[in-house]
Design a protein around this ligand. Structure first.
Ligand code: NAD
Length: 444
């Protein structure tokens, strides 16, 4: 994008190549990413991989210090290598000064967290803070892009905030470019997206973003800012609806002994669906629409967790003092993210009943250690099984699909597996002498 953009400028203004080079050395071609978490780091690394010069920044100086040393604050397959390669090739850098990032970048992506407030509304403190910071520090035209998931009309507020704090008459554009990547497959999702959504108000903003994304050869949907913001909330709400739908169907299957063939499970979790659904409900409520369908989606999700806890209790009868081995803590496989992970809710509920908990997760244990108390963290799946009254599958990591079940049978106090993710074939486990209980599928 960098080269193409200046080439375009150069031709248009009939400037010579050396002028283009001067522009490049000034460095106004950089992309800044503010917020270096799951989304910010993947976005920054992938844009760098596409040939852009990218600066990632964050208000957590420890995070930036670690990143400078090549230590990643998150686990995402392939990200460490992608970052290392682009740092080595001087396309990607990390700095603590948001001011410097704003000074040297024409396109600024805001990728800070937008967690939920107690009342369900999105907490936009970070967005407001960054907008103010950009306004104070920008020295010329800037394109400010909302990458974070935000409620519809946030763009208007960002624009107002920037106008309020801006000194002089500098030009800027706001755009919305919601992110659809999924943790665990984030790099592939970024590089091969189903579609890229761009909400803009000017041709200049559209051109800048389309140029950035062109190398991906993907479908680019260009719309206005409000529509782009709404598309993201609507998309996540729709995905959550599908999960609750199939989980509701699994409950019927459970009652009649039919087999659910789709992915029923513990319910949705993670850092996005629960908070985005709450934020969408909050904004639709403010706008005077009672989104009953989404309220039901949320209720079914909560009920699903309670249903599984009841399943465990019904199977073990007395839970107090029993040891329950749990495989998986992350909200999904291939990530270390435990934010709103169903496994954690399950553990809290079982601890309330007096159960002893042993756990193992291939990547999420360091993060889980900071939130879980009185839990035995084990070195592997087999250590979890040793002496446990039952084994519970909470996250469908591939390595859990390839366990040695004869060994597990010997290690467990009794051969009982409760599968919250339906990852095993009932028949094979039953043949080995296990009692196997899954969700919405026949079990003995
Ligand atoms: P994250 O918590 O991993 O990262 C956010 C980063 O922003 C943190 O490093 C934090 O220190 C930093 N930050 C917060 N306030 C800041 C400020 N004022 N100035 C500078 N940095 C600040 O969050 P995430 O998972 O990367 O999500 C970021 C946004 O993207 C959220 O709105 C989320 O809903 C959205 N999103 C996330 C995913 C996902 O799978 N994680 C997917 C699509 C969209």
């Amino acid at each position: 994008m960098v080269h193409r953009y200046f080439l375009f400028l150069g031709l248009k203004l009939s400037l010579k190549w050396n002028l283009i080079l001067i522009e490049l050395t000034i460095g106004l071609d950089n992309i800044a990413i503010i917020g270096s978490g799951y989304v910010g780091l993947v976005t920054g690394a992938c844009f760098a991989e596409l040939g852009n010069k990218v600066i990632c920044t964050d208000n957590d100086s420890k995070k930036i210090a670690s990143l400078k040393k090549g230590i990643l604050p998150i686990y995402e397959p392939g990200l460490k290598e992608l970052i290392a390669n682009n740092v080595k090739n001087k396309r990607l850098s990390f700095i603590t000064s948001i001011k410097d990032a704003v000074l040297s970048s024409e396109v600024i992506f805001i990728a800070v967290g937008t967690t939920a407030l107690e009342n369900g509304e999105a907490d936009l403190t970070g967005i407001e803070n960054v907008a103010r910071n950009i306004a104070i520090n920008m020295k010329g035209y800037r394109l400010i892009v909302e990458k974070s998931t935000v409620p519809v009309e946030t763009g208007e507020r960002v624009k107002h905030t920037i106008r309020t704090h801006l000194k002089g008459n500098k030009k800027f554009d706001i755009a919305s470019n919601p992110e659809f990547l999924r943790e665990g497959t984030a790099i592939n999702d970024f590089m091969h997206p189903d579609r890229i959504v761009i909400g803009v108000e000017s041709k200049k903003a559209e051109d800048l973003l389309v140029n950035l994304y062109n190398p991906l050869n993907a479908t680019i949907v260009v719309t206005n800012i409000k529509s782009a913001e709404l598309i993201k909330h609507a998309s996540n709400a729709f995905l959550a609806t599908k999960i609750s739908f199939i989980n509701a169907v699994s409950r019927i299957c459970d009652k009649v002994g039919a087999d659910v063939q789709l992915n029923a499970g513990l319910g949705y979790g993670g850092s996005c669906f629960p908070k985005d659904l709450d934020a969408f409900l909050a904004i639709t409520g403010h706008l005077g629409y009672d989104f009953q369908l989404l309220k039901a989606v949320k209720t079914i999700n909560e009920e699903q967790k309670n249903f599984i806890i009841k399943k465990i209790k019904d199977t073990l009868w007395v839970v107090k003092d029993k040891t329950i081995g749990i495989l998986g803590l992350a909200f999904k496989p291939d990530t270390d993210d435990v934010r709103n992970a169903p496994a954690l809710d399950l553990i809290y509920a079982l601890q309330q009943e007096g159960a002893k908990i042993k756990v193992y997760d291939p990547q999420a244990m360091p993060k889980a250690k900071s939130v879980l108390k009185n839990v035995t963290f084990c070195a592997d799946s087999y250590a979890v099984c040793r002496g446990s009254d039952c084994l519970f599958i909470a996250t469908e990591w591939n390595e859990f699909k390839e366990l040695d079940f004869l060994k597990i049978k010997k290690l467990l106090k009794r051969p009982l597996i409760i599968d919250g993710r339906n990852i095993y074939e009932a028949k094979s486990l039953e043949k080995l002498g296990f009692r196997y209980i899954s969700i919405g599928r026949k079990s003995i």
